[in-house]
Design a protein around this ligand. Structure first.
Ligand code: UD1
Length: 367
C-alpha cells in the first residue's frame, strides 16, 4: 500500500489534466497526500485561475522556480524537490506529462530510489529536438508505474522494453473534459467577444519550435490573414506574447488577441468555432471530443489516433503549408463532420481517474 503520495505539478496543462486525480487523492482517507507546485507557471491566468476553477487544494509547498533556461529551471526544481522529498519520505511520487517540472520530479524520485508513477506515459512524437519529447522518454524509462492514455501509448512503451508496470485505464483528461463541458455552456465568453458560432477559427500556439522562430510566426499570421471571412480568436500564451512583439505585420483585421482563458471558456470557444488551429496537445483532443476539425501546427502529434481518423490534420510549420491545409479542411468540411459520427474514441474507458487512484495506492511499485 502506498499511503504517502507526493504529486508534482508546475504548469497549466498539468493542473487541468490532474484536476480529478488531485481531487480524489486529496479526499482519500487512506492517503496522506502532498501537492508540490514547482512554480514553473506563475501568472494568475496560467496557474491560480485553475486552482479556483477546479477547487484544488493549496500546494503543500511551492518551489517558485519561475522561468529560466531548461537547465536552470530543471536543476532548480531538482535541488529544492530533493530536500522536500527527503523530509517527507513518500511511498510514491507522481508526475504527469512531459514538462520540465515532470522531468525534474522524475529524476529526483528515481535517484532517491522513491517509486515513481508517470501519468500520460508512452506519448511519442519522434522529434528529438522537442524538449517535451526528451522529457517524456526519460521519465518513462525511470518510472515504476506507467499510465498511458490509449492503446497506442502502451504499444510505444512495450516497443521500448520499458521496465515499469503498464496500466491503460484511459485518459484522465477525458473525464475532466466531460465534467466541465456541460458547465461551460453557462459561460459567456463567446457573447463577450461578440463572435458568432462557426464564424471564427480558434488559434493557440506556444511550442518553442513554433514561436521562437519569427519567420514561422510571421508566416502563420500571413496565412490566417487570407481567411478574412473568419475572425481568428487567439488566447495568447505568455511565451508567444513575448515573441510576437517582434512580428511586424501583426495588425491583421481578423485577428483578435486575448488573454489566456479558463478551462470552461476554452471549451466554449472550441465548441463554437469553425476550426481549431493549435500546437497544444490538450486542445487537439478537446476539439476531437467536441467534433470540431483541428489543424495541428506540427509535423507529428502524440495523438496520432485523431490523425489516422482524418479529423485532425497536420500542418508542419517547416513546410509553410498552413494556408493550403485550411483550404482543404474548409472544402471538405461536411465530410469531416460526418466522419466524427462513426469514429471510436480511443481515450475513453470507465472510471479512469478512480481506477488510476486505486492503482497508485495498491500496486507494489518496486522494480
Ligand atoms: C511548458 C511545457 C509544455 C507545456 C506548456 C503549457 C516544458 C519544456 N514545456 O511550456 O510542455 O505544453 O508549458 O503552457 O516544460 N511565462 C510567463 N508566465 C507563466 C509561465 C510562463 O510569463 O506563468 C513565460 C516565461 O517568460 C517563459 C515562457 O513563458 O520564458 C516559457 O515558459 P516555460 O515554463 O519555459 O514553458 P512553456 O512554454 O509554458
Amino acid at each position: 500500500m502506498n499511503n504517502k503520495i507526493v504529486y508534482v505539478v508546475g504548469t497549466r496543462p498539468e493542473l487541468i489534466r490532474s484536476a480529478l486525480l488531485i481531487t480524489y487523492l486529496k479526499k482519500d482517507p487512506e492517503v496522506e497526500f502532498k501537492l508540490v507546485h514547482t512554480g514553473q507557471h506563475y501568472d494568475y491566468l496560467m496557474d491560480k485561475v485553475f486552482f479556483n476553477e477546479f477547487n484544488l487544494p493549496e500546494p503543500d509547498i511551492n518551489l517558485k522556480v519561475g522561468s529560466n533556461s531548461h537547465a536552470v529551471q530543471t536543476a532548480s526544481i531538482m535541488v529544492s524537490l530533493e530536500k522536500y522529498l527527503l523530509s517527507v519520505n513518500p511511498d510514491l511520487v507522481v508526475v504527469f506529462g512531459d514538462t520540465n517540472s515532470s522531468l525534474a520530479g522524475a529524476l529526483v524520485a528515481a535517484k532517491l530510489k522513491i517509486p515513481l508513477a508517470h501519468i500520460e506515459a508512452g506519448c511519442r512524437e519522434w522529434e528529438m529536438d522537442m524538449p517535451e519529447e526528451i522529457n517524456r522518454r526519460l521519465i518513462d524509462h525511470c518510472s515504476n508505474l506507467l499510465y498511458p492514455v490509449s492503446k497506442d501509448g502502451k504499444i510505444n512503451l512495450l516497443k521500448e522494453n520499458i521496465k515499469g508496470k503498464i496500466f491503460n485505464y484511459g485518459d484522465p483528461l477525458y473525464e475532466v473534459f466531460l465534467q466541465n463541458y456541460e458547465l461551460s455552456k453557462n459561460n459567456n465568453v463567446v457573447k463577450e467577444l461578440s463572435i458568432i458560432k462557426k464564424g471564427y477559427f480558434l488559434l493557440t500556439t506556444h511550442r518553442a519550435n513554433n514561436v521562437d522562430d519569427l519567420v514561422k510566426l510571421q508566416n502563420l499570421i500571413n496565412d490566417l490573414g487570407c481567411f478574412n471571412d473568419y475572425k481568428v480568436i487567439f488566447p495568447i500564451h505568455p511565451r508567444t506574447r513575448e515573441k510576437i512583439k517582434s512580428v511586424p505585420s501583426i495588425n491583421l483585421k481578423n485577428l483578435v488577441i486575448i488573454d489566456p482563458v479558463n478551462y470552461k471558456d476554452i471549451l466554449q470557444l472550441i465548441s463554437n468555432s469553425k476550426l481549431v488551429i493549435t500546437d497544444s496537445g490538450g486542445l487537439q483532443k478537446e476539439a476531437y471530443w467536441l467534433k470540431i476539425p483541428c489543424i495541428t501546427l506540427r509535423s507529428h502529434t502524440a495523438w496520432n489516433e485523431t490523425v489516422k481518423q482524418k479529423v485532425n490534420f497536420l500542418s508542419s510549420p517547416e513546410k509553410f503549408q498552413l494556408k493550403d491545409v485550411i483550404y482543404d479542411v474548409l472544402n471538405n468540411y461536411k465530410s469531416i463532420i460526418k466522419r466524427f459520427s462513426i469514429i471510436k474514441n480511443p481515450y475513453k474507458q470507465v472510471e479512469t481517474n478512480k481506477r488510476i487512484v486505486e492503482s497508485l495506492k495498491k500496486t507494489n511499485a518496486q522494480f
